[in-house]
Design a protein. Structure first.
Length: 284
């Protein structure tokens, strides 16, 4: 059997995870200023997390899983004679990928294929869904991992956020970039590709930011509909409305997966964020 391993930054719900045979999710951690530590996706609902984030005087900190969490998965797979495909948050955003590799070495588990997703949250979800599809077609673990390493280069995330302060305080953006989005009324548009977060554009007011996001999507070549696309939000589902309207009425696309950003990614992206993750068409 081919098992699929991911981390909680993929933001799958318990119901979504249970629907995928052989999927195991290792949680990252969120540390609040009062000393409380929660396991992402386990110890606190997403709604409760955003309520607490809104009241926090100091931004929570996030941390990678312990090596023991990965070792347990690898030991179980080894005992069962299974292979593992590990699809993990970008190594440029977290130490989770390196932690998992070290854990595999420590327990001498060699039947694991690591995929540094170069993305997070809905980007990881797209890779997981593709891994499941290929597994159902009987593709080998090595071939699945190789296909994902190619596909990940075409995954893009575009998002409108209220401000860049969360990303800056969390060390995911330099101060100079954060200042660009700090002007009164300016709403940043972020893009995630090649493993890192980038300031793609900015506009005055949220409506203008959505227009900028749509222009960026078009500039990137649009959506390759052979793959899943994901519409995401952090604290407020209503802010997804303009993106859903654009996808349905302008791009004439149906379907698409809807996902709420969890506590680890939410710590860095902040409340009232909305975005879309998709695969761009291949180069002609």
């Amino acid at each position: 059997m081919i098992r699929i391993l991911t981390d909680s930054a993929a933001d799958l719900t318990a119901k979504e995870a249970a629907a995928i045979p052989g999927l195991h999710i290792v949680p990252l951690n969120v540390l609040f200023e009062d000393g409380e530590t929660i396991r992402d996706g386990i110890d606190m609902t997403r709604a409760d997390f955003y309520d607490r984030l809104a009241k926090a005087d100091k931004l929570p900190r996030t941390s990678q899983p312990s090596p023991e969490a990965f070792i347990q998965v690898f030991e179980e797979a080894k005992a069962a004679g299974d292979e593992v495909i590990a699809i993990l948050i970008s190594s440029k955003l977290s130490g989770t990928f390196q932690c998992a590799k070290l854990a595999a070495e420590d327990c001498e588990f060699h039947d694991v294929y690591f995929v540094d997703s170069d993305t997070a949250s809905p980007g990881e979800y797209i890779l997981i869904r593709e891994a499941v599809r290929l597994r159902e077609e009987g593709v080998s673990a090595a071939e699945i991992a190789a296909s994902l390493d190619i596909l990940k280069k075409r995954i893009r995330i575009l998002a409108v956020v209220d401000s860049l302060k969360h990303l800056h305080k969390g060390g995911r953006l330099p101060a100079a970039v954060a200042l660009v989005g700090g002007a009164l009324g300016i709403k940043p548009v972020l893009s995630v590709y090649d493993g890192a977060v980038h300031l793609a554009d900015k506009a005055r007011g949220r409506p203008g930011a959505y227009v900028a996001l749509f222009k960026q999507l078009d500039k990137m070549g649009g959506i390759d509909t052979r793959y899943d696309f994901v519409m995401v939000y952090s604290s407020d589902k209503l802010v997804l409305g303009p993106i859903q309207h654009y996808v349905r009425n302008n791009l004439k696309l149906e379907g698409g997966h809807l996902s709420q950003i969890g506590s680890v990614i939410g710590t860095h992206i902040g409340p009232s964020a909305a975005g879309i993750a998709f695969v761009i068409p291949p180069e002609q």
